[in-house]
Structure formats: structure tokens, C-alpha cells
Design a protein around this ligand. Structure first.
Ligand code: NAG
Ligand code: NAG
Ligand code: NAG
Ligand code: NAG
Length: 473
């Protein structure tokens, strides 16, 4: 017997309906991984997605909507989260038609894929004061996309955006009950955002890194607390009387406190990013394979347990993403920035991890290398030009550094204490060290210089030429 085409269509639709229904009853919790692509040596998408799966990831999160990557993710069987780039927010907020067109051209191919469940509109938009005009455009863009998704049969897709912890005043989480949104964003963006998320039953996605809070405060906050390791340490919140056993719950509850303070206690919370760097420069501490593996394994176990946070017990059924799939060599900034990966670009694992959270006993993993840099480097550091660095590029970096503060470069000018030896590399090493010394405690001051510089413990000073140094910690 052959079925008529219309019966085939009905049967097909029934199957799709059943697939949708099965997914709808799945627990809302899953742990995925961020598939960042800022590397010039990353494997092709099908390999990357297989690696994500091998690490137990249930989903991958993208920072844009590259059609090739979305198509590969869609056929991988993993969940996948596209991102709307920040630059598109003005046009998508201004016009429903633009939002319709974006959804039609970008997401319509995946209409039948029930594993497309979330869309992130912008990334840490409220962290960027140089594009303040987007703050008020964020929620209108989200609303236009939400409407467009429904029009195109994608109503199941929850629209959200990601917030950095700097959405809180002073990034302060001590105590958690003191968490409060910055006054410069609360009316223009945060309240409308929370109202939108509440109305559409979506989640507030936050980027929560215990690593940064711990490094900023490592003399007071114990490392096991930041790594979600069992220890006797408890943090008592005098505002609520609640007691905390780990810094992740602690930080999430600070966001809950801020939401309640803004009048929207009911919004669900989710994690767009969390993680721990597996390596870094000499002036960064605590960034190593032992800590990264320990943190991500513990997060997987903790989220899978459904324990929730002290403020929301049992409520931790939430989507979450570990940052990141790969170490990404094209990222700027401190060395840690290029070392968040579960995998090296050559596809070998930095350490074993099962993000599904099913592997609970630490003993079920092979032993980890000991941590060697859990405290700040105790001596001085200098910033030197890398051997064999491209001379033209080095000159450009020196020119840019001297532009930041001309006086830094006086010693290498003719007649200056550090003019000799008169080579590009020697001048650059002096300028890099001086610039790093001047700006290391501020944003933008790393020993990086487009990857042309490297930290050293050996004082390069000679004669009357003393190189400025940096003391970590
Ligand atoms: C999309 O990703 C693929 C695979 O990584 C890459 O080759 C391509 O250049 C990207 N396309 C765009 C428009 O960014
Ligand atoms: C460090 O921790 C203490 C409490 O343990 C807190 O009072 C202080 O604000 C924290 N500092 C930072 C920068 O987080
Ligand atoms: C992959 O790269 C890492 C880091 O560079 C290296 O330690 C490791 O030996 C490489 N693995 C293979 C199989 O080449
Ligand atoms: C050296 O750097 C310059 C300026 O950044 C660049 O244009 C050039 O292609 C580089 N040369 C090599 C061999 O990488």
C-alpha cells in the first residue's frame, strides 16, 4: 500500500509534533558550551560540534548567526543558540520589518528544529558605555524579534540577552543581598528588560565568573569557595540570614537580589557564561588546568543536581553555558583571555569533563596536574618584545603606546637613558614595560601588544637604563 502525499504530510507533521512534545517535557536544565570562533587555527565545524558532544554538552552557543555554523549545529543533534550581533540592535529596534527580514533570512531554515530554543539579542550590551544609544534600543529590538519569531512559526524560541556582572553597582556581591543594578541602566534598560522576560516567560542570562570575583578578593575569599569544592567555609549573608557554600550560588543570588530590588522578583535566571581559565600570563594567578577542570566539573554536577541557590532552592533548572569550547588565540587582553577552552585548537582535550553532570565522583576522572600558581607571582615582572616579532607590527605597537602617554617614550628617544642599543626590539621592550607599568592596574594595560610581547621575570635594565616593572597581585 502506498500512502497519498497528504497522508505523508500529516504523518510527518505528527512526528514533528511528537518530537516537539518530547522536548517540551525534557527538564529545562542543560549545560552547553560557548562555541567562540576567535582563533585562526580552529577545526572545522563538524569536528568542533563532535568535540562539544564528547564533552557532554547538550547545546552550543554562538556569538553571531553565521549560516554555515548554524546549519552544522542544526544537523548535529545538539541544541544551538544563535546570537544577534550588537551592531544590529539599532536597525532591529527601529523597524519590525527589519526584524521580520532578519528572522526570515537567518532562522527560517531551522523552523522545524525543536533544538532551537533560545535567541540572544546582543552580548553584554549594557557593559559598553561607548554605545549607550543601544541601551534603550535593546528591549525594543528584542520585542520586534519576539514578534517576528511568532509570525514565522518560531514562537517556542525564547528571546533574551546577556548581562555582565558589571550590571551590578561596583560588581558588588558582598553580601549577596546587597546586589543592586547600576542606576545608569536600571530605568533605561533593566526594568523594561525584566518586564519583557517576565511577560514572555524567558530567562535573564548572566555571565557569572567566580574566577574574577575571587582574583579581585583572593585574600578574603577562599579558592575552594570559588571552585565549588567541599570545604568548611561558609559565607553568612546578614541581610537574609542565608548561608552560602560556594561563590557561584552567592553571585547568582546577588543578581536575584538586584532583580527583586528592581521590582521583578519572579524572572528566571540562567547562565550565558561561566568557566575558569586553564592558563594565563605570569601576572595572572589561579589560572591553571587543575582549577579549570575542578570548577567546570563541579558546576556540571551542581547544576545537574537541581539544588538551586539558597535564595531559590530547587530552582536551578536553567539553561547554562560553559565558556568556552576552544582556547582562542586571536583574543586580545591578558593571557587568560586566550585560555578558557575545554579543547586546544588541535582538538585534544585540555582536561576531561562531562558537562552532562552524570559523572559525579572526582575519582572517576584521571588525576589532574598540581596547581602551581594559585597565589600572585611574588616578584617583579617586565614586558619584552618577543623574539622574531614582525618589526613593522612592533613599530606600530610602540607608536600606539607612545600615543597613550608620550612621556613614557622619552627615555628611548635620542639622548635618552635607554636610547642604546638603538634597535626596534630594545626600544619596544622598554616602551612595552613602561606602558604596562603605567596602565596595568587599569583597563587596557596588559603585556600583550597584539601578541608581540611576553612577560619575563628577568630584569632587562642595563647601565643607567632602568626598566619600569609590574608587581602582580
Ligand atoms: C562562517 O563560519 C565559517 C566556518 O568557520 C567561516 O569559514 C566563514 O568565513 C564564516 N562566514 C562569515 C560570513 O563570517
Ligand atoms: C571582598 O570580600 C569582602 C567580604 O568577604 C567584601 O566586603 C568586599 O567588598 C570584597 N571586595 C571585592 C572587590 O569584591
Ligand atoms: C595539542 O596542543 C597542545 C597545546 O599546544 C599540546 O600540548 C598537545 O601536545 C597537542 N596535542 C597533539 C595531539 O598534537
Ligand atoms: C608585519 O606587520 C605588518 C603590519 O602589521 C603587516 O602588514 C605585515 O603583513 C606583517 N608581515 C608578516 C610577514 O607577517
Amino acid at each position: 500500500m502506498t500512502m497519498s502525499p497528504s497522508i505523508v504530510v500529516v504523518a510527518l507533521n505528527l512526528l514533528l509534533f511528537l518530537a516537539d512534545a518530547a522536548l517540551a517535557t525534557e527538564p529545562a536544565h542543560f549545560l552547553g558550551v560557548s562555541y567562540g570562533t576567535l582563533g585562526d587555527d580552529l577545526p572545522p565545524p563538524h569536528v568542533a560540534l563532535e568535540l562539544a558532544r564528547s564533552a557532554g554538552a547538550a547545546a552550543v552557543r554562538f556569538y553571531d548567526s553565521n549560516a554555515t555554523l548554524l546549519a552544522a549545529a542544526s544537523s548535529s543533534g545538539l541544541g544551538f543558540v544563535p546570537g544577534v550581533p550588537n551592531e544590529l540592535i539599532p536597525s532591529l529596534s527601529a523597524s519590525r520589518r527589519a526584524a521580520d527580514a532578519w528572522v526570515a533570512s537567518t532562522l527560517l531554515p531551522f523552523r522545524r528544529n525543536p533544538r532551537l530554543r533560545y535567541l540572544f539579542v546582543g552580548n553584554e550590551v549594557l557593559s559598553d558605555p561607548t554605545t549607550k544609544s543601544r541601551w534603550s534600543q535593546l528591549v525594543p529590538a528584542m520585542a520586534n524579534l519576539h514578534r517576528a519569531l511568532r509570525r514565522h512559526g518560531l514562537g517556542r524560541v525564547k528571546v533574551s540577552t546577556t548581562l555582565g556582572m558589571d550590571a551590578l553597582v561596583g560588581q558588588n556581591v558582598f553580601p549577596p543581598s546587597a546586589g543592586v543594578f547600576r542606576p545608569d541602566i536600571v530605568d533605561v534598560a533593566v526594568r523594561p528588560l525584566l518586564a519583557f522576560l517576565e511577560r514572555t516567560e524567558s530567562y535573564l542570562f548572566v555571565d557569572t565568573y567566580t574566577y574574577f570575583t575571587w582574583t579581585a578578593n583572593h585574600t578574603v575569599v577562599p579558592l575552594p569557595y570559588a571552585l565549588l569544592e567541599a570545604s568548611k567555609f561558609r559565607y553568612h549573608d546578614p541581610g537574609t540570614g542565608l548561608s552560602y557554600t560556594n561563590l557561584l550560588d552567592h553571585m547568582l543570588d546577588a543578581v536575584v537580589a538586584a532583580m527583586c530590588g528592581a521590582g521583578h522578583c519572579g524572572v528566571k535566571l540562567a547562565l550565558a557564561e561561566t568557566g575558569w581559565p586553564n592558563a594565563g600570563d605570569l601576572d595572572q594567578f589561579g589560572a591553571n588546568v587543575r582549577n579549570a577542570a575542578t570548577y567546570n566539573r563541579n558546576v556540571a554536577r551542581h547544576l545537574a543536581s537541581g539544588a538551586g541557590t539558597p535564595r531559590r532552592p530547587g530552582m536551578m533548572r536553567m539553561p547554562a553555558f560553559v565558556f568556552a569550547l576552544f582556547n582562542e588565540d586571536l583574543k586580545g587582553g591578558p593571557g587568560t583571555e586566550r585560555h578558557w577552552g575545554l579543547f586546544y585548537p588541535n582538538s585534544s582535550a585540555v582536561y576531561e569533563v562531562d558537562l552532562s553532570g552524570r559523572r559525579t565522583a572526582a575519582s572517576s576522572y584521571p588525576p589532574l596536574p598540581p596547581a602551581t600558581n594559585d597565589a600572585p607571582y611574588p616578584g617583579k615582572l617586565w614586558c619584552m618584545t618577543k623574539k622574531l616579532a614582525n618589526g613593522t607590527a612592533v613599530r606600530e605597537q610602540v607608536a600606539a603606546a607612545c600615543k597613550d602617554e608620550a612621556a613614557l617614550c622619552d627615555p628611548v628617544r635620542p639622548g635618552g637613558r635607554c636610547h642604546l642599543p638603538d634597535t626596534v626590539a630594545a626600544h619596544a621592550s622598554y616602551v612595552f614595560s613602561a606602558h604596562w607599568n603605567r596602565f596595568s592596574k587599569q583597563y587596557g594595560g596588559w603585556c600583550y601588544f597584539a601578541g608581540l610581547a611576553v612577560e619575563t621575570t628577568i630584569d632587562p635594565s642595563h647601565g643607567s637604563c632602568r626598566y619600569p616593572s609590574v608587581i602582580p597581585g
